[in-house]
Design a protein around this ligand. Structure first.
Ligand SMILES: Nc1ncnc2c1ncn2[C@@H]1O[C@H](COP(=O)(O)OP(=O)(O)OP(=O)(O)O)[C@@H](O)[C@H]1O
Length: 608
């Protein structure tokens, strides 16, 4: 028995060493036993390891399947919300698994058709929100005991294979893929929600007649018709509809090719050295993509550059045309590049032929308001005029697809400049610039708090990746006032204000939750540390809240100041004052926390 458990320890340590970011597994060590010491993420039953539940651990790297095979009693495996990438590992060698959860990673590529044939015990399979492509494996749909199947938010394409009949599946989500054709009969008990966001899927659940979808999927003749009779309203609408399909398709392809490129050069896992930790931060490199590399014209074959009609079916609607008007055809001809995949959606940079660079954000789960409500919120964005707020230029609305288009800001985000780049931009972040950035952010927040005074969360997602920096380091805040548009469960997962102590403890939010987010940014800027609060599981980075509270109670805030600005010795007192303001913004009780107006007043009093 001793020998057996020793082997299981070793196996787990081998699994751990196959991960590249395993700080969250620090308590896995050879001197203790996983079941007795209750190693993080290990589920035991009768002294045997039955489950590995490693959700939200910030893990990446490979997964040593051979070592996992040593865990004879292993039945449940969850790797949700990590950063694993590449082809699906050979989980099918773990034939006794009942539960396999891989959602919210970056797995990609096709899954072989017979992959699940050796996994007949599987009851729950969640592969959602990865980048899987190709057909849904036939062997997955024919699993004999399957109860839950979640594949949403991937790029699965082709026809849906039939489910085994009678089906045991009670929870199914195939939405937001690239599936096409008729939904097979065996899915008749599932409602439209299981299938939304697959533009070429048809059948009664979607109220979409299959014969019309076949016709729509033939773009060439329709484009010809459009040229011949551009005045025909019906044809124009149809062509626009197809244009949207093409753009969406290309954006999806761009997302896929771009993410492949991620691993090479668009993103890096920043490993910022602090005394005893490695911080996983996804940052965008400023590097320009090589000509003719994975950049692709969104559509070189289409002619014409008219921007969308204001009421055009599904076209772009301009909110602000100070930078010139454009429409989907212009985006279709643009060179596109993936910037990232945040909680609220994925972001792409597109350079249009007139030289204007924009960022297109495909928003996720934004159906809380219907069309009219959505339009009204967008019109409000159009009225925002503040030098530290970047208002979107245009949007596209369909039930299954929402795009927000904004001007591209070349310097990128505060997150990137502060933690990701040790080059010139970082060196520019001296004390005066940091103070200017904090003042700009707080002024923008004050503006939003009066403009959206009736909203619980006038911003809702204030964090350093949502603060862009202009050429002269004026902050420009983005991704604000989206809470009323976003499906509540998703908002709670994706927006930073929901990480505030009052939401975590009492599920309460208020404008003071934005003040908490402001406090975190102030501490981040003055300490130069990446806040662990930004990470899903809080593992990695620096717990700036604890660090500052501790130092404040001992009156040694000076120790917290980023050494890179501490050389401005004549301003140390001001830096400490600002840290104290930050500390009052992160008070765990909203009652004790400063309100927005008072926070701004105090920040404004700090002089360089
Ligand atoms: N208009 C823009 N100009 C330049 N960079 C931008 C622009 N909008 C977003 N970005 C950058 O693109 C990257 C991806 O943005 P995205 O919004 O998807 O990620 P996020 O901020 O991490 O997540 P989210 O805001 O959804 O919670 C971020 O680094 C962000 O700073």
């Amino acid at each position: 028995k001793f020998a057996f458990s020793l082997t299981e320890n070793e196996a787990l340590l081998k699994v751990k060493s196959s991960f590249t970011n395993s700080e969250a597994l620090d308590d896995w060590d050879s001197r203790s036993s996983p079941c007795v010491k209750r190693w993080a993420g290990i589920i035991c039953f009768g002294g045997l390891i039955t489950g590995l539940h490693l959700s939200d651990f910030g893990l990446s790297g490979t997964i040593d399947i051979e070592a996992l095979q040593q865990l004879r009693a292993l039945r449940t495996l969850s790797l949700k919300n990590n950063s694993f990438s590449g082809q699906i590992p050979e989980f099918n060698k773990l034939g006794a698994l009942k539960l396999l959860l891989l959602s919210h990673n970056k797995f990609s590529g096709q899954i072989p058709n017979d992959f699940f044939s050796s996994m007949a015990s599987l009851k729950k399979v969640w592969l959602s929100n990865n980048d899987f492509t190709g057909n849904i494996p036939v062997s997955l749909m024919s699993l004999p005991h399957l109860l839950e199947l979640h594949l949403e938010g991937n790029q699965f394409s082709g026809h849906i294979p039939p489910l085994k009949k009678p089906t045991t599946v009670t929870s199914l989500d195939l939405s937001h893929n690239k599936l096409e054709g008729e939904i097979p009969d065996s899915f008749s008990k599932f409602s439209n929600e299981s299938f939304l966001g697959n533009d070429r899927l048809c059948g009664k659940q979607l109220d979409r007649d299959c014969s019309s979808v076949v016709a729509e999927s033939l773009p060439q003749p329709v484009i010809e018709e459009k040229k011949e009779s551009a005045n025909s309203d019906g044809h124009t609408k149809l062509a626009i509809g197809i244009g949207i399909l093409v753009v969406m398709g290309i954006l999806i392809i761009a997302a896929f090719t771009g993410r492949k490129k991620d691993k090479d050069d668009d993103f890096s896992i920043l490993e910022k050295e602090t005394p005893n930790e490695m911080i996983p931060v996804r940052v965008r490199s400023i590097k320009k993509p090589a000509e003719g590399s994975t950049r692709r014209g969104l559509d070189s074959s289409r002619k014409g550059s008219s921007h969308g009609s204001k009421n055009g079916m599904g076209d772009l609607i301009m909110i602000n045309d100070e930078k010139g008007a454009f429409g989907l055809p212009d985006l279709m001809k643009a060179a596109a590049e993936v910037l990232g995949n945040g909680g609220l959606g994925s972001a792409y940079k597109a350079v249009m032929t007139n030289g204007l660079s924009v960022v297109v954000k495909r928003m996720r789960e934004m159906n809380k308001l219907g069309r009219d409500g959505f339009d009204a919120e967008m019109r409000r964005f159009g009225r925002i005029k503040h030098k530290n707020i970047l208002a979107p230029l245009a949007y596209h609305y369909r039930k299954e697809e929402k795009l927000l288009v904004s001007e591209y800001v070349p310097k990128g985000s505060l997150l990137y400049v502060l933690h990701g780049d040790r080059g010139t931009c970082h060196a520019d972040l001296n004390w005066a610039t940091r103070l200017k950035i904090i003042k700009g952010i707080s002024s923008a927040l004050g503006f939003l708090h009066s403009e959206y005074a009736t909203y619980d969360l006038p911003h809702g997602n204030l964090k350093s990746s949502n603060v862009l920096l202009s050429e002269n380091y004026e902050p420009l805040i983005i991704d604000y006032a989206l809470d009323p548009l976003t499906n509540p469960n998703h908002a709670a997962q994706a927006m930073f204000a929901y990480k505030s102590p009052e939401y975590i403890q009492h599920q309460q939010i208020s404008p003071k939750s934005d003040v908490y987010c402001l406090g975190i940014i102030i501490l981040e800027i003055i300490t130069g540390k990446f806040p662990s609060q930004y990470l899903a599981n809080g593992k990695g980075g620096t717990d700036v809240v604890q660090w500052v509270l501790q130092a404040s109670s001992e009156q040694r805030e000076q120790d917290l100041i980023d050494p890179e600005i501490a050389n401005s010795t004549s301003s140390i007192d001001q830096m400490v004052q600002l840290l104290r303001i930050g500390a009052t913004c992160i008070e765990s009780s909203p009652v004790q926390r400063l309100d927005t107006r008072e926070a701004i007043r105090r920040i404004e009093q700090i002089l360089v």
